[in-house]
Design a protein around this ligand. Sequence first.
Ligand code: FAD
Length: 414
Amino acid sequence: MKNCIIIGGGIIGLCSAFYLQKEGHRVTVIDQSNMDGGASYVNAGYISPSHIIPLSAPGVVKKGIQWMFDPASPFYVKPRADKDFLKWAWAFNKSCNAAHVKKAIPVIRDISVMSHELYEEIQKEKGFDFHFEKKGLLMLCQTEKMLEEEMKLAALAKEAGLEALVMNQKELQGLEPHVKLDVLGGTLYKCDSHTTPHEFMSNMKSHLLSKGVEIHSNEKVIDIESKEMMITGVRTDKKMYRGDEYILSAGSWTAMVARKMGIRLLLQAGKGYRINVPRDTGITYPAILAEAKAAVTPMNGFTRFAGTMEIAGISEVVNQVRIEAIANAASRYYPGVSINEEEKKLASSGLRPLSPDGLPYIGRSGKCKNLTIATGHAMMGWSMATGTGKLVSEIISESKLSMNTDAFHPDRKF
Ligand SMILES: Cc1cc2nc3c(=O)[nH]c(=O)nc-3n(C[C@H](O)[C@H](O)[C@H](O)COP(=O)(O)OP(=O)(O)OC[C@H]3O[C@@H](n4cnc5c(N)ncnc54)[C@H](O)[C@@H]3O)c2cc1C
């Protein structure tokens, strides 16, 4: 039994705590926030093994440059003369090639499929009753060009062993009889599920507390004490914590904390937004509005519209121009749906932790013997969380790993 201290109580930190506690370890989670907002609460709730393409893919940089000058675009990179950002941007650009995507597909698929199975397992555990539905995920297209691209992606997913169907307008409308769709066609990934994130987070926190896990919210880790490549303690703004093993799952803030140990992790924050509509929209299928890059999820009691990837540093400020763009996209694809001013005013943001190659960092850094890093999951942190938590627990327990984690090594070169 080891005494484990987890820095960061988002979905990755909590899932790590879940599997570590199951293995019989003593676990403490420290989080600087109230643990009720940010990426792990505002996300679209997709558990989507279908998302096999990493963010760093061919064409992304060109598209990003085109979109940089459009204030309503779904993807925005703020150019900065900051050394960490420039290094990250260089490595990201280098990763945007077909060979990298080919190598990334099987590992992304494996951790996502494993995570999906683990969510299903957790849902059956006593005390868990979070919303979880396996209806699949639609990719809705309004243009021939996008439909062609999505058909190619569906073929790739099929090759990777995932179930994907191409659907015409009539078939799609048949799936959604209570809301009008303005689309040309699309694809359906039957392998995907969706959830209501705050329900899972709340179930998980209650479960962990009931099992004796200590959770300290509103406490920020401000310093790390170490000796001979071993952490001896972490200091928060309230007190000192000492353990045998430390897990760094501080999301977009991870690089700042890692630096205190002399570890330089290439990581940027990718801000996204969500709008909740607590009225009946008629929407029953989760869908990605392919041209607009917006996500739609029928959650428990409301419909969530989410989107935007703003790489502009650590800032949670809500940009109303982009909120307007998400709302407009919703009305373009679902002409009967209109998001009102009050709903837009209540929009919220979250920061996705982005590695330069679109793969998470999961594992021990060679620079510290008792530190395990778990972050960098980008747009797929919700989908990969349970698998990540299990891997973290296996690393610390020194048991056989559920999958090969070489591609996730925190010291990998870009
Ligand atoms: C709009 C949007 C939609 C998304 N949709 C999906 C989706 O449908 N499916 C999917 O798979 N993924 C989705 N994602 C991505 C997913 O939400 C993230 O990858 C995931 O939540 C990241 O979890 P995390 O635990 O690493 O980070 P976080 O949730 O950010 O948690 C990190 C925690 O660390 C804490 N922390 C930071 N620094 C310190 C410190 N010094 N001391 C103590 N605590 C600290 C923070 O307070 C925070 O609570 C979406 C993200 C967004 C923004």
